[in-house]
Write a protein that binds this ligand. Structure first.
Ligand code: TIU
Length: 223
């Protein structure tokens, strides 16, 4: 797929070069989306995130069918906690925090069931999975190197949460020269106001960090 596809978006059309565009799915992990995980432990209503699952599945199916690049991220830490900043460990003053044992294994620890990606969006062999210790997917990972090696210059960024890991990643990507398109139905926040504002922040000021569209428009453009 070599032609440039013009995707209806805000603040203006996103001119997508599919061969240079990756679908980057952020942290669609059981710990954030399923009852009993880290997200719920922080006092959040996970149903607010679950509405993004079906649109992500539709987009992922279309993206894979078009033969385009997919990458997934997972927030999480080493079992020995050596990459977990003490400030992140104690944040929230919860009775259980990252590394403690929860209903789906140790919370946000690599290799534990809760840290893995939800079955609906599970990576296929050959789709890189980036394990990230921070909120942004570029911090302390090899994501930038992998994207450069693949010749990727544009990203369609989906996942959770809109105002935390998605926003942080879009800002990091924008500063590294990537053009980012965010389909609003494929991102989710525990807080409706942050969903709205998180998207507005991306597309304001002439698209200060990127573009906002909808998965149906991207799927239609892929044909
Ligand atoms: N708590 C929250 O909104 N988000 C996170 O902790 N991580 C991600 O956004 N992935």
């Amino acid at each position: 797929m070599n032609a440039t596809l013009s995707i209806d978006a805000e603040p203006y059309a996103f001119e997508m070069q599919p061969a240079k565009t990756a679908l980057l799915i952020i942290d669609m992990q059981r710990d954030f989306l399923e009852p009993g995980g880290f997200g719920e432990m922080l006092g959040n209503d996970v149903s607010q995130l679950r509405r993004a699952i079906a649109p992500n599945k539709n987009l992922l199916d279309a993206w894979r069918a078009a033969g385009l690049q997919v990458l997934h991220t997972r927030e999480g830490h080493r079992p020995d906690l050596s990459d977990l900043p003490p400030a992140k460990k104690v944040r929230g003053k919860g009775t259980k925090t990252i590394g403690d044992t929860g209903p789906m294994g140790r919370i946000l620890i690599r290799g534990e069931p809760g840290q893995d990606i939800i079955p609906e969006l599970y990576p296929l062999p050959g789709e890189p999975v980036i394990d990230k210790p921070g909120k942004g997917a570029f911090f302390a990972t090899d994501l930038h190197a992998i994207l450069q090696n693949l010749g990727i210059t544009q990203l369609v960024v989906t996942g959770v949460t809109t105002e935390v890991c998605v926003n942080t990643t879009v800002r990091e990507a924008n500063d590294r020269g990537y053009e980012c398109l965010v389909p609003e139905d494929c991102v989710g926040s525990y807080f409706p106001i942050f969903q709205e504002m998180g998207l507005k922040m991306i597309k304001a000021q002439g698209g200060i960090f990127g573009w906002v569209s909808d998965s149906s428009k991207i799927i239609a453009a892929l044909g």
